[in-house]
Design a protein around this ligand. Structure first.
Ligand SMILES: Nc1ncnc2c1ncn2[C@@H]1O[C@H](COP(=O)(O)OP(=O)(O)O)[C@@H](O)[C@H]1O
Ligand SMILES: [Mg+2]
Length: 355
């Protein structure tokens, strides 16, 4: 297949200062707290961070699939210039599936066990296209061929439980691309799979990105997964982005102590099989903090080998350490923006002192 890359590079998605909170009895869980990023057409952004950092909530927010007690409380999600947060429900429904598709970690939870996979892909097509059922079935078979499912005519008649995990994920991908979306959100698409199958699925996603000029948001807790697949990587910690840069910069010149910690958990994949020695992410000592009542400043302080007395004195601003490489860390020269309360005190004292 040929590359479709005429308009590769123009901006498709721009998330600005997104805030998604859960209003629970324990307090407000700030799952996503001021997240901003862009995704260019035909590019892949990797969103990486440990479990509980807010990655899934970020992706569900883009699709506007947050339900109570959760709510998107602020920000903008521009898709091709249109703010998704301002669309009426019906228009948003049309965006979902048609322009933006999503695949999840466990295809079993998204596939219906009582229908054949061919039927389910055909249904996904029929949801957005007014075509005869027979034609939808034929397209389903072709999609299964496109995602390299062997013997698709026969496999289309299989039920989900009759397929392997890798094949089921291919079915989900076939369903996701059935309406030629512009953005594919893949939330831990390979986490449940064996390492060799993981590599095959990533290869398939990469192939589809190139041939369909798809933009991708690839979410994973494993930096190894984005190494070969993403153009840029955003590192998320406790509801906030701490670093964003080209994949190459993230791997060769990581800046945030959290990114550096994550990288230590990535196995060196020089030869096949070494992956067995994969260390777990938990090798960063400590764990992701409770997102209710987080203390101000950098949330990584309790686990940070480079923590500084100023890290907690205000919001840490992003600083650009090299072109396109942003980090939020006092030790890397980020500015500390005092809290509104402290600002107010400052203003008062200045006012009091006269001018
Ligand atoms: N329905 C919910 N109610 C309360 N808290 C939630 C809900 N869904 C997610 N959260 C919280 O939001 C935070 C981020 O979750 P999530 O986005 O799923 O993390 P990740 O995908 O990075 O593992 C977690 O602290 C989680 O407990
Ligand atoms: Mg998740």
């Amino acid at each position: 297949m040929t590359d479709v890359s005429e308009d590769r590079g123009s901006r498709l998605v721009e998330v600005r200062n997104l805030k998604t909170y859960f209003f629970t009895r324990r307090g407000i869980v700030k799952a996503v707290d001021g997240v901003s990023f862009t995704i260019e057409r035909g590019h892949t952004l990797g969103l990486v961070g440990e479990s509980g950092c807010g990655k899934s909530v970020t992706s569900l927010s883009i699709l506007r699939l947050i339900s109570p007690p959760g709510r998107i409380v602020g920000g903008e999600i521009l898709f091709d210039g249109v703010d998704l947060l301002k669309l009426d429900d019906e228009t948003m429904r049309r965006y979902r599936g048609k322009k933006i598709a999503m695949i999840f970690q466990d295809p079993m939870t998204s596939l219906n066990p009582v229908y054949t996979v061919g039927y389910q892909i055909a249904e996904a097509i029929l949801a957005h296209h007014d075509i005869p059922k027979r034609e939808a079935w034929q397209r389903a078979v072709e999609l299964m061929r496109a995602v390299a499912i062997p013997d698709p005519e026969q496999r289309a008649k299989s039920y989900p439980h009759e397929l392997s995990g890798g094949m089921r994920q291919r079915v989900m991908i076939a369903m996701a691309i059935s309406c030629h979306p512009e953005l594919l959100i893949a939330d831990e698409p390979t986490t449940a799979l064996d390492v060799t199958i993981q590599a095959q699925i990533l290869e398939l996603l990469e192939h589809l990105r190139r041939t369909m000029n798809l933009s991708m948001l690839l979410i994973t807790h494993d930096l190894g997964v984005v190494a070969e697949t993403a153009d840029r990587v955003a590192v998320m910690y406790a509801g906030k982005l701490v670093e964003i840069a080209s994949t190459r910069d993230i791997f060769t010149d990581p800046q945030h102590p959290y990114t550096i910690g994550l990288l230590r958990c990535v196995p060196r994949m020089t030869t096949a099989g070494q992956d067995d020695q994969r260390r777990r992410l938990e090798t960063i000592t400590g764990s992701v903090p409770d997102l209710v009542n987080l203390p101000p400043g950098c949330p990584f302080v309790p686990r940070c080998p480079e923590a500084h007395s100023t890290c907690r004195q205000g919001e840490i601003a992003f600083t650009e350490v090299s072109p396109g490489h942003f980090v939020r860390c006092v030790a890397r020269g980020s500015e500390v923006i005092p809290h509104p309360s402290e600002l107010a005190v400052g203003v008062e004292s200045r006012a009091g002192g006269g001018d």
